[in-house]
Design a protein around this ligand. Structure first.
Ligand SMILES: [Mg+2]
Length: 262
């Protein structure tokens, strides 16, 4: 373990742990990750499992985690889709055009749909749905006055079949073409981490963020003045530590070193 700055070693009350690349990677749990989660629970830490994955609802993510062997609860899973639903609920009399998978669209069933003149265009993981017609339609809606909301802005991820474009690549395309800036729901947005902390009734100083991605997990933690652990699994590459935009409090080889921290 390498300390990258003078750490505050006060025991936290909660861990906000990234899922993809930190607890599992390419369809397999990371070595020691299941035992680490069990240990943290036994030590009475509160846990939230964070992900920018928006192709799945919290229910589907929970089923997947259980299949991997993780002993976690559905209401501990916090993804950008859920953060977006909370955001839309807080607006009054709005309608949306969704570019998301069917299961995720169903999750937003309480939000009125308008595919011709919506207030918001919501972009999430849409896979092959991101064809010219769909993107051009969204572009026209934005040019006609709709605002752009991105569930997250990750540019790529590692599926079990190989590296794959993520929804952020298409959000960036729409932003550039329409001259608009998307409101981001997922990590590293402050909205995301604040909503997760509100769920726990905790202040930023009481929680530690753990993740494999400097641009989402560590940047988000730094914006919120939370402590963070960068793990060298998943998306991590050694050169990420050279040109970094945010500094993790600790750097570990993997999540299995977490029990040594406090
Ligand atoms: Mg990750």
């Amino acid at each position: 373990m390498t300390d990258t700055k003078q750490p505050n070693t006060t025991r936290p009350k909660a861990f906000l742990i990234d899922m993809d690349g930190t607890l599992y990677f390419k369809g397999e749990p990371c070595p020691g990750a299941i035992e680490t989660v069990n240990y943290l629970r036994q030590e009475k830490y509160q846990l939230r499992f964070l992900t920018n994955t928006t192709a799945k609802t919290p229910k589907m993510l929970h089923a997947q985690m259980q299949e991997f062997g993780f002993d976690i609860y559905e209401d501990e899973i916090f993804n950008a889709t859920y953060a977006c639903l909370l955001y839309l609920r807080a607006q009054s009399e709005i309608s949306c055009h969704f570019m998301v998978d069917d299961a995720v669209k169903a999750f937003f069933k309480e939000i009125p749909i308008n595919n011709d003149a919506p207030d918001f265009v919501i972009v999430g993981d849409y896979g092959e749905g991101f064809d010219f017609y769909a993107l051009n339609h969204a572009f026209r809606l934005l040019m006609d006055g709709a605002e752009l909301i991105a569930l997250q802005k990750g540019l790529y991820w590692f599926s079990s079949e190989g590296i794959r474009l993520d929804c952020g690549a298409f959000v960036t395309l729409l932003e550039a073409a329409a001259g608009k800036t998307a409101t981001i729901m997922g990590k590293p947005s402050e909205t995301f981490f604040k909503t997760a902390l509100n769920h726990l009734h905790l202040a930023p100083k009481d929680a530690v963020v753990v993740g494999d991605d400097i641009t989402t997990d560590i940047v988000g933690a730094e914006r919120m003045k939370m402590r963070s652990v960068l793990v060298k699994t998943g998306k991590f590459k050694p050169d990420h530590l050279e040109n970094i935009t945010a500094k993790p409090t600790w750097v570990f080889d993997s999540v299995s070193e977490l029990p040594q921290l406090f």
